[in-house]
Design a binder for this molecule. Sequence first.
Ligand SMILES: *Cc1c(COP(=O)(O)O)cnc(C)c1O
Length: 398
Amino acid sequence: MSTSVQDRYAGAVMNTFGPPALALVRGRGAHVWDVDGKEYVDLLGGIAVNALGHAHPALVEAVTTQLATLGHVSNFFATEPQVALAERLVGLLGWDDSARVFLSNSGAEANEAALKLTRRTGRTRVVAAQGSFHGRTMGALSLTSKAAYREPFAPLPGEVTFVAYDDVAALEAAVDDTVAAVVLEPVQGEAGVVVPSPDYLAAAQRIAHDHGALLWLDEVQTGIGRTGAWFAHQLLEGVTPDVVTLAKGLGGGIPIGATVARGDAATLLQPGNHGTTFGGNPVAAAAALAVLDTIVAEGLLEATLARGTQLESILRTQPGVVEVTGAGLMRGAELDGPYAPHAVAAGRAAGFILNATGPSRLRFVPPLVVTSDDLDALDAALPAILDTARAAAQEASS
Ligand SMILES: *Cc1c(COP(=O)(O)O)cnc(C)c1O
């Protein structure tokens, strides 16, 4: 008998993620199957990545056709998908023709490009938020607040001041004329779906601009329809950031990141200032265009609002859930005790891929194509999942 994928994993893959919970072999819509043929409803969606679910025909077709036509050329040359994607992103943001796009391969890279861009303002200080997550490369990590991620890698680059999230007074105190940019997530994803007051981002914009600093919104997790709008900041009045970073849902599972800047910020990076071998790769760009086209063709912004409302009411009526946060298909659920990791395990046993962002916090970021039936199945299963988890947590602590 051959050794299982999971057993071989530890002998071959660097141990940065801990042991994998499952070995998966295929997917369809918001469903995945493991090596034993067991089916799961996927409420994590590759961490807010698989916007179109798994194996969506439009994505398969776009990637296959582009790869069979022209797969990679380097940034010495232009390709139609790269330019079309840049144009589309600027259009979806509703920005004027000053805007420019830098394409890369991940959220961390999108943020690295933005961080380098801020250096070209001539200022070096950046203000970020407590609870923030901006990625794991050294620059992105310098903006990420979690001590456990940062401390093993000190000293980190940059002069970063962390302020309490959703605290306008803290921003007012921290931002002065030495600050290049204020970087914020419109909704903090890795922190467990933390939504600020509706006027917070507008206040951040006013404070940044009063001091000649850029407002940079990290929409890596919130962007591309996740909250029911193309970008989460579009749900708010009067918020027009100078820089937006994107990744996760943009490629629907094909790696891609984007840094979009407007006005003076759009020309801060000049020839020679930044680069990437793969960024703007036509296959990745074609994938992103297919994601954007399909969101329109299948009405997925509207679906995200409808399914999001359904998910919210399912979570709100669960015994043991004390708070539900978020918008669209980005939801946090606070449990009445520290048994979220046990809920993830019990969910798996019951055929659901769940996610815990903290001891008592669940996060739901399913594919935007998740169906009403998928969520009804969650509704039916969740009480038993949470009961099992509560009991398992008690058992473990006794
Ligand atoms: C996931 C995430 C990142 C990092 O993206 P990677 O593709 O993992 O590098 C950055 N910012 C936010 C808000 C994220 O959720």
